[in-house]
Design a protein around this ligand. Structure first.
Ligand SMILES: [Zn+2]
Length: 105
């Protein structure tokens, strides 16, 4: 998958996927395979939702979770897209065998 990388030192997270840009807080993260794989999983999620709906669903899922958990970290970690990404970002073969809409499972 082709993408462009940006370094933004003020980024509030280690990395972020805004297709087709993969944004990193620090240049060293470019070689962190787990971080890159995590963001590639988000690219796949974004593409299968035609990009914009991904962000809408992501935000609504976060806000819904915030009402339930009343805690930013728990709300963030339980966003469906993040659950898929964190559960599989250490698996080097995941993106090859990932099924479409895997974030729904
Ligand atoms: Zn993520």
């Amino acid at each position: 998958m082709r993408y462009r990388t940006l370094i933004v030192s003020s980024l509030p997270a280690a990395a972020m996927a805004l297709y087709p840009f993969m944004i990193f807080k620090d240049r060293e993260l470019l070689s962190n395979r787990r971080v890159v794989r995590h963001e590639l999983i988000h690219f796949r999620q974004q593409l299968e939702l035609l990009i914009l709906p991904f962000y809408v669903l992501y935000l609504f899922n976060y806000l819904f979770n915030l009402l339930i958990y009343r805690n930013h970290d728990q709300a963030y970690r339980n966003i469906r897209f993040e659950r898929e990404a964190y559960a599989n970002d250490q698996d080097e073969s995941y993106l090859r065998r990932r099924k479409c809409w895997a974030w729904l499972r």
